[in-house]
Design a protein around this ligand. Structure first.
Ligand code: SF4
Ligand code: SF4
Length: 209
């Protein structure tokens, strides 16, 4: 992906989307979001701070996003992404956003307190329909930053592990091997999300630098 060009294209393709975070019971919680723009640090997504989903997004630091533009029109696009987020200063986002009316879609829905998230690492797909042609563009960005984090720290499992498997379902990468105890994390596939450490009641997962 030509990083900036394609990020800008993605941001312009779908203005209003649905975003989802996962609650403590592992169930998705969704809210309406506005795709406000992009810069070299990622894609910016606005949500209503009053929405229950906002708190989950802020604490989980991850997001799934799906949006459709012009579903019944000859031309249109659909976007699906999942990845890692961090909160961004709303003033900066509104000032930089390519769309001069960034935030307008949320305000039209009655939102008075807008929060901004930067999607700094994501994978997904952009599907565009133009002039009767459908093009599919795989989306993958932000790995450099994740790789930098990978070098900075690693999650490992200590002898406190009792093999209970509680961490396994929390690992989106499927990189925890509990066929042996203590469990072993595949460091090449681990994204350092920390979900396994949160899930482990034995406190067997530790971070090393
Ligand atoms: S949750 Fe903790 S104790 Fe259970 S298998 Fe995973 S690392 Fe081991
Ligand atoms: S840190 Fe995340 S990716 Fe790595 S093993 Fe734990 S849950 Fe899986």
């Amino acid at each position: 992906m030509e990083y900036m060009d394609d990020l800008a294209r993605i941001a312009a393709a779908v203005r209003v989307a649905c975003v989802a975070a996962v609650d403590d019971a592992g169930l998705p919680v969704t809210c309406t979001a506005e795709v406000a723009g992009a810069d070299g640090d990622g894609l910016y997504v606005l949500v209503d701070r009053a929405d229950e989903c906002y708190k989950l997004l802020a604490s989980r630091k991850s997001m799934a996003l799906a949006g459709v533009e012009g579903a019944l029109d000859p031309d249109g696009a659909s976007l699906s992404l999942r990845g890692r987020i961090e909160e961004a200063a709303i003033e900066a986002v509104l000032a930089f956003a390519a769309a001069p009316d960034a935030g307008a879609a949320l305000r039209a829905l009655g939102c008075c307190d807008i929060a901004a998230f930067r999607l700094y690492q994501a994978t997904g797909e952009l599907v565009e329909r133009r002039d009767g042609q459908v093009s599919r563009m795989p989306v993958r960005f932000g790995e450099e930053r994740m790789n930098a984090r990978v070098k900075a720290r690693s999650y490992i499992v200590t002898d406190e592990c009792d093999g209970c498997r509680a961490c396994v379902s929390k690992c989106a990468e499927g990189c925890i091997d509990v066929s042996i105890v203590p469990a072993v994390i595949d460091q090449d596939r681990c994204t350092r999300c920390g979900n396994c450490a949160t899930a482990c009641f034995q406190e067997a997962v530790i971070v090393v630098k």
